[in-house]
Design a protein around this ligand. Structure first.
Ligand code: SF4
Ligand code: SF4
Length: 203
């Protein structure tokens, strides 16, 4: 796979919607750069994201929470690869709910106009920032990324109110401990992903 950010981002989105072959191709690609701490951080982050979106059932947790992540916080970034998908799915009035920042970026205000109760009204084509929450949100993870030197597994910052994220982090923490005992070292992102897949299959 050649380096085409747009293509890779779309493959990540497809992966987080359950198309695992796309997700695995992105891991294959990023593994070439796994000696770079930011790339390794990104790979672990993706494994936590796919655990939350595909493998671990968090629907009840999000219902109990009431959808706090869509109600408040900074505006949600909508990158061009997100916007191009949304343009095909939304009618003109709904598209106007996105605010243009510049030619490369739109944002969704929070509270999000697409939230329906605790659910996302555009679940099948929500922006990447929503799929990756809380394991890649820049304001949540910035300090962790800056501190990460490539040793071990990043200690992702999950907000106290995100009970689904805390559940996912705890489950992966327990898998990581088991793998450390088995391997005598922290698992690579690929090893962690494979163990997650073996234990949880599809939700
Ligand atoms: S992802 Fe976290 S903050 Fe968002 S609805 Fe679920 S539990 Fe709440
Ligand atoms: S697009 Fe969906 S998941 Fe994203 S903030 Fe809006 S309601 Fe929440």
């Amino acid at each position: 796979m050649s380096f085409d950010t747009n293509r890779i981002n779309l493959m990540v989105k497809k992966g987080l919607r359950g198309e695992l072959d796309h997700f695995e191709k992105v891991l294959d690609f990023l593994e070439r750069y796994s000696t770079v701490p930011q790339a390794k951080f990104g790979m672990y982050s993706l494994v936590f994201q796919i655990a939350m979106n595909v493998f671990i059932d968090v629907a009840k947790d999000c219902e109990e929470c009431g959808g706090k992540c869509c109600k408040s916080g900074y505006p949600v970034p909508v990158y061009n690869f997100d916007y191009n998908e949304l343009k095909k799915k939304l009618n003109r009035d709904d598209l106007k709910k996105l605010n243009k920042v510049d030619n490369n970026l739109h944002v969704l205000p929070r509270p999000c106009p697409f939230q329906k109760g605790w659910l996302c009204g555009i679940h099948g084509f929500k922006p990447y920032a929503c799929l990756s929450f809380p394991f890649a949100t820049e304001d949540e993870q910035e300090t962790i990324i800056n501190r990460y030197n490539g040793d071990g597994i990043p200690d992702f910052n999950v907000p106290d109110y995100c009970i689904a994220g805390i559940k996912v982090k705890n489950i992966l923490g327990s898998i990581i401990e088991d793998l450390k005992n088995r391997l005598g070292r922290p698992p690579s992102p690929r090893e962690l992903y494979q163990e997650l897949k073996a234990r949880y299959g599809r939700k």
